[in-house]
Design a protein around this ligand. Structure first.
Ligand code: ADP
Ligand code: MG
Length: 307
């Protein structure tokens, strides 16, 4: 099956909601019109087979995840997702695989009204998928990493450590959290004008919160008993639970800082959101851990490319 048949059969299947002057798949570039008063927010993330997902991962889950990880980055800016581009390098044109992959990709796009507007399709010995996502944010309201303030709460959505646990226990029910992360798009958007800083947790909470602390030139204290950890991990030693929740990757939850007053206001307007206050920002630099009021020394293992 040739490149253009693949594009037509699997990727040019979505009914696009574009205006007369806009262009999606089929021209040399896509053309969009940003809504008045909004800024373009754009990000890209690559998934490599065997590196970012186990080789046993289903094609459907790979399609879903390649979109979800990018929508999560948009969510972390407070942005509303609009569209994606897909650059895919495939070892072969396996039609059953392509069908399931495209289905997973569009299944993740659908709830967020995201449109596939272009991409590139190439042959390579190694399956590699790069999605670029585009979204909008009201001018000047993108939520960065550099404005966390002393006294702010540190809040996370959902649970931490599920995906890292599942990666070590493939077949466990938590594998759903590894294969099908949920980008917290609505939460991210609703935090505009409330959160002082935000990041999505993809490389483990400690590493990602560390980016906020460095950019904001502040420190933090984490209260270990407040970490949202799944009941399936409750039989593990505490140190092991904390390792998953603090250093495990692939959570795709949001971590944000917010003043106590703003947090009260936010909860009044968004009462059903599943959030945990896990600590607070402090002036002394570095990250401290406390368990039931006692300071704890933790030796965590993380992951970095080229480390
Ligand atoms: P060009 O040769 O001009 O770079 P291509 O032949 O690579 O264009 O692609 C033709 C059209 O199909 C373009 O509009 C491109 O954006 C789109 N396209 C190619 N691959 C994909 C893909 N995997 N998903 C979505 N659109 C794609
Ligand atoms: Mg091309």
């Amino acid at each position: 099956m040739a490149e253009f048949s693949i594009i037509d059969r699997y990727f040019k299947t979505q009914q696009l909601n574009l205006s007369e002057t806009e262009l999606g798949i089929g021209d040399d570039s896509a053309v969009l019109s940003p809504p008045v008063g909004q800024q373009l927010v754009i990000c890209t993330d690559t998934l490599i087979a065997g590196r970012h997902f186990p080789l046993s991962t289903s094609a459907h889950a790979i399609g879903w995840k390649s979109v979800a990880v990018n929508l999560s980055d948009l969510a972390a800016m407070g942005s509303t997702p609009h569209s994606i581009l897909l650059a895919i390098s495939l070892p072969s044109a396996d039609e059953a695989w392509l069908h399931d992959f495209a289905q997973g990709l569009f299944d993740c796009c659908a709830p967020y009204n995201v449109q596939l507007i272009g991409g590139d399709t190439t042959q390579s010995p190694h399956l590699t998928i790069t999605v670029t996502a585009l979204g909008w944010v009201p001018h000047g309201h993108a939520i960065g990493r550099h404005d966390a303030k002393v006294g702010d709460y540190i809040v996370v959505s959902g649970q931490l450590g599920d995906a890292a646990y599942a990666l070590k226990h493939l077949g466990h029910p938590l594998q759903h959290r590894l294969d099908y992360p949920t980008p917290r798009c609505a939460l991210g958007q609703s935090l505009i004008s409330f959160a002082s800083s935000m990041i999505d947790v993809s490389d483990g909470l400690v590493q990602d919160l560390g980016h906020i602390l460095n950019a904001s030139k502040v420190g933090a204290c984490i209260h270990l008993e407040q970490l949202p950890i799944d009941a399936a991990l409750s039989n593990l030693a505490l140190a092991e639970q904390w390792q998953y929740a603090l250093a495990g990757g692939d959570d795709y939850e949001l971590c944000f800082t917010i003043s106590p007053q703003k947090y009260t206001e936010f909860l009044l307007q968004n009462p059903t959101t599943s959030l945990s206050i896990i600590g607070e920002i402090q002036a002394s630099q570095g990250l401290e851990f406390c368990y039931q009021g006692q300071q704890q020394d933790l030796a965590l293992q993380g992951y970095q490319h080229f480390a």
